[in-house]
Design a protein around this ligand. Structure first.
Ligand SMILES: *Cc1c(COP(=O)(O)O)cnc(C)c1O
Length: 363
């Protein structure tokens, strides 16, 4: 619903395309799954699909129903189910719609093989646990899976694993070594890299990469900005100043009075709160842009509003544009910087964008 309340999210098609092409350029020999789970990390799955319709090598989603919807919308590329199937019905759907499915445990493999009519083409991403300890087969189960798959006709098999610390100090080496040890002489295509591995470890590119967060213009690394990586912010969250307050020294701001003015100040009230998806845990001092100038939030974020310091932006009054994150009408505020201040990651900010925020698709 378009509302007159001034908050808007704008999703840039050109930035999304730019980031996908950047990922492809960094891993030129690999094909790339555009990871669009969680409604394209809050950016809108259909916008993402339309933008990459002629360009993505494949789309990676979570829900089987969603994959079917993509097929119904004419998506011809491979579609990967990142958690695989959850029911016998899913198994039939996988066969019917030629979906590629992760198999991360023996139970899932048994269900799949028992449900799919013999001889149907089957594309499986066999996921092995190399240290993340979330999903994936161990060495013993992998050997069993290999036996179970030996007699399956029409099988396209890829081996995959997922890195736990590609963005951190430990990197990927230990998991890569385990992957080689576990797969041994098995020569099948391989898929390893999330955004962090794609950006930092070319040795992980293999046959298919799986970029997610980088497509949305955010950095997977705490110590390296999206701009330094050449990424462009896809989502901008904009609003406006709707009121101004003059404070004298000692005045308090917002619920709990957590901010106390140390000197006379002028503050602006912004039409954006935690019910719009702005993190409530963002403390005073979180960056925000107002009418082309960088400033900071003051006081607690409330449900529908937050406050920011306008002392050094005297020209900004009611109606002045505010950018909460992204490349917005009031300036550029990296979502990563807002997330860091709030003790979270940009993934969570994007996914938490509230349905009440009207979204516009631009360029
Ligand atoms: C979500 C996901 C990705 C993408 O991760 P990013 O960190 O967003 O690049 C890749 N692989 C799997 C299995 C995932 O679930």
């Amino acid at each position: 619903m378009m509302t007159s309340r001034p908050i808007r999210a704008r999703i840039s098609r050109s930035a999304f395309l730019h980031n996908y092409r950047l990922a492809k350029g960094l891993a030129p020999r690999a094909r790339a799954w555009a990871v669009i789970k969680a409604d394209a990390y809050g950016h809108g799955q259909w916008r993402a699909v339309e933008t990459l319709r002629d360009e993505a090598d494949g789309f990676a989603v979570l829900e089987c129903e969603n994959a079917v919807a993509l097929r119904a919308a004419g998506v011809k590329q491979p579609i990967l189910l990142l958690e695989g199937i959850f029911s016998a019905r899913d198994a039939l759907t996988v066969a019917e719609h030629r979906l590629t499915t992760v198999v991360h445990c023996l139970e899932q493999l048994e269900l799949l093989l028992a449900s799919v009519p013999g001889g149907s083409p089957l594309a499986i991403y066999l996921k092995i646990n190399t240290g993340m300890n979330r999903l994936g087969l161990n060495a013993v189960d992998l050997a069993r899976a290999r036996k179970m798959l030996a007699g399956v006709d029409n099988l396209t098999l890829t081996m995959m694993t997922h890195f736990a610390e590609a963005d951190g100090g430990r990197g990927v080496n230990e998991q890569l070594e385990r992957f080689s040890a576990m797969t041994g002489d098995w020569t099948v295509p391989v898929s390893l890299a999330n955004s962090a591995a794609l950006l930092r470890y070319p040795q992980t590119h293999a046959d298919w990469v799986r970029p997610g967060i980088m497509l949305y213009g955010s950095s997977p690394f705490a110590e390296c900005s999206a701009a330094e990586l050449g990424l462009q912010a896809v989502m901008a969250l904009d609003s406006e100043i709707i009121a101004v307050q003059q404070l004298v020294q000692g005045d308090r701001v917002g619920y709990g009075g957590t901010f106390v003015a140390a000197r006379p100040m002028r503050i602006g009230i912004v039409a954006c709160g935690y019910a719009d998806g702005y993190p409530r845990h963002a403390p005073s001092g979180t960056p925000v842009a107002v009418q082309g100038c960088m400033t900071e939030t003051v006081g607690r974020v409330s449900m529908d509003m937050l406050a920011c310091d306008l002392t050094n932006i005297p020209e900004a009054g009611p109606g002045a544009p505010v950018t909460l994150w992204g490349n917005g009408l009031a300036g550029y505020v990296p979502a990563d910087a807002v997330a860091k201040a709030a003790g979270t990651i940009a993934y969570e900010l994007f996914c938490a964008l509230a349905p009440r925020v009207p979204v516009r698709f631009v360029d």
